[in-house]
Ligand binder design. Structure first.
Ligand code: GLC
Length: 547
């Protein structure tokens, strides 16, 4: 395939379980992705990132891998995956796999062995520590609730699990483990994949195992040997190959991310961080309701933009993924069709003008909304179900918890892709594993493609611009009006070209700022004409070139 500077590429994230079901099982599959390749060509994306499709008991929907070398039969076969690669490549689309190397499922053979005895060859592949029956080794908290250690009576020790009980953390101190991981990654490179997204990869190096004043993050986030391990991973696997990499970095810092992505250090190409997606966590608490803090959103995004630009790092830029609610419901307005479309486009323009690799999560390009589930039995996500019982135990009113889940649950983004207005939105001919949003009759791909004013075509245009206009890729970033309560404004500058993005985040008219001139060619906007005020959710991308 013709090579292009990877920095110009745009990635589309697929959550296979909810994407397209070709067998009637109620769950999506790899053949369902193959069936939609023309759709991606039409949108214009360069990479498809598939969340994990390996063998797994699916307690965390594939992030609990029990065999790295096998495809989960629920999704299809290795032949299907091979065919997906070949057919995608024919269309100039590359495939990125999701690799989970911080932990495996407790059903992985390594863990099954590890658990057997203290002197088992695989014992040291995981993190086992002493404690007493009711006193775990440390007070660290699992990210999915509860203590992070799980007692195993067979050997009278605890294993660490930062996520679900069935997701045991791997011990990266162990050289054999590291070698096995590199072999596995090389297997997928030889198989023909074009990139990797590394799940929570900044958690692989654990420091001291002592009690914390908080949930324990400081002992394993961006840990002592993380850069050394990533460099070793790079040298032993993808370093000398045309493979795009992105690391998911949990609660990280700019300094670490500059290191992770410094080309001289040979670690990774790019990083996801999540600080800008915590601006609706009051006091840092996810399971609580609050309006999002717009000034904080701008401050965080821009701090990362400028620092990563100046320091030679590289961000992944995104609003949505399978762990986040739908952005149009979150930072936009999904209450009326008009506002959904306006704010969906505004959010796209605001994000896609930034520096970094843009990621689009399935359904974002048609403005899919949170499904507004009303009952706990509509939820499937382990984190959400845990949160429900923890909050209930604390005495919170059930209907209040339901309101929180309806805005915060990861299932908000995991409902089936809405293809058309037929039963189950054309996702499956069976019973979907999770309910389809009841707005599918209006919000679906078929309608979006038929309507030249749909959100889809804004994304299509943004992707085309990213490919065609260098300043979007290479331009420096300069924020404006950081104290303005309504507008998100920045410029990008590269050689003789400039871009200005101006986006009204509010459902009201806002005057153009006095001290900024918005002159030049309008590359893209979500209104057909221009007025002397910015209308509700109006956004413009303006291009300038020196004579
Ligand atoms: C990442 C994934 C998330 C998963 C977790 C544990 O954050 O995106 O879905 O639950 O890691 O693997």
């Amino acid at each position: 395939m013709a090579s292009m500077d990877w920095r110009k590429s745009v990635v589309y994230q697929i959550y296979p379980k909810s994407f397209n079901d070709t067998t009637g099982s109620g769950e999506g599959d790899i053949r369902g992705i193959i069936e939609k390749l023309d759709y991606f060509s039409k949108l214009g994306v360069d990479y498809l990132w598939l969340t994990p499709v390996y063998e797994s008991p699916m307690n965390d929907n594939g992030y609990d891998i029990s065999d790295y070398y096998e495809v989960n039969p629920q999704f299809g076969s290795k032949e299907d995956l091979k065919e997906l690669l070949e057919k995608a490549h024919e269309k100039g689309i590359r495939i990125m796999m999701d690799i989970v190397i911080n932990h495996t499922s407790t059903e992985h053979q390594w863990f099954i062995e590890s658990k057997k005895s203290k002197d088992n060859k695989y014992r040291d592949y995981y993190i086992w520590k002493d404690g007493t029956y009711d006193q775990p080794p440390t007070n660290w908290e699992s990210k999915f609730g509860g203590n992070a250690w799980n007692y195993d009576k067979q050997t009278n020790q605890y294993y660490l699990r930062l996520f679900d009980i069935t997701q045991a953390d791997l011990n990266w101190e162990n050289e054999d483990l590291r070698r096995d991981i590199y072999d596995m990654i090389n297997y997928w490179i030889d198989f023909g994949v074009d990139g990797f997204r590394f799940d929570v990869v900044n958690l692989i190096s654990k420091g001291e195992f002592v009690d914390s004043d908080g949930p324990g993050k400081e002992f394993y986030t961006d840990g002592p040997k993380v850069h050394e391990y990533l460099n070793e991973l790079n040298r032993n696997t993808f370093g000398d190959k045309d493979i795009m990499t992105v690391g998911e970095m949990s609660s990280t810092t700019i300094d670490h991310c500059l290191k992770y992505t410094d080309p001289e250090r040979n670690e990774l190409n790019s990083v996801f961080n999540f600080h800008h997606l915590k601006v609706d966590y009051p006091g840092g608490e996810k399971w609580a309701l609050a309006n999002f803090d717009f000034l904080e959103l701008k401050r965080i995004l821009m701090e990362w933009q400028v620092a990563m630009d100046e320091g030679g790092g590289w961000n992944a830029i995104f609003w949505c993924n399978h762990d986040q609610p739908r952005v149009v419901s979150r930072f936009g307005n999904d209450e009326t069709e008009e506002n959904r479309v306006l704010s969906g486009k505004m959010l796209a323009i605001a994000l896609h003008g930034l520096k970094g690799t843009p990621y689009i999560y399935q359904g974002e390009e048609i403005g899919m909304t949170n499904p507004a589930f009303k009952r706990i039995d509509q939820y499937r996500d382990v984190e959400s179900l845990n949160a429900y019982s923890i909050l209930r135990d604390k005495g919170m009113d059930a209907s209040h918890i339901m309101d929180i889940l309806a805005t915060k649950s990861r299932d908000n983004s995991r409902t089936p892709m809405q293809w058309d207005d037929s039963l189950h939105a054309g996702f499956t001919e069976g019973e979907p594993w999770i309910e389809v949003s009841d707005r599918y009759q209006k919000i679906n791909v078929t309608h979006a493609l038929e309507d030249e004013h749909s959100i889809f075509y804004t994304y299509q245009k943004l992707i085309r611009l990213r490919h065609e206009i260098d300043v979007l890729t290479y331009g420096s970033v300069e924020p404006y009006l950081m104290d303005d309560e309504n507008l998100f404004v920045y410029t990008r500058i590269h050689e003789d070209e400039s871009i200005m993005v101006i986006a009204n985040f509010r459902n009201k008219e806002v005057p153009y700022p006095e001290n900024i001139s918005v002159e030049g060619e309008i590359l893209l906007s979500n209104y057909d004409d221009r007025k002397d005020v910015l209308r509700p959710y109006e956004a413009l991308m303006v291009y300038g070139q020196d004579e």
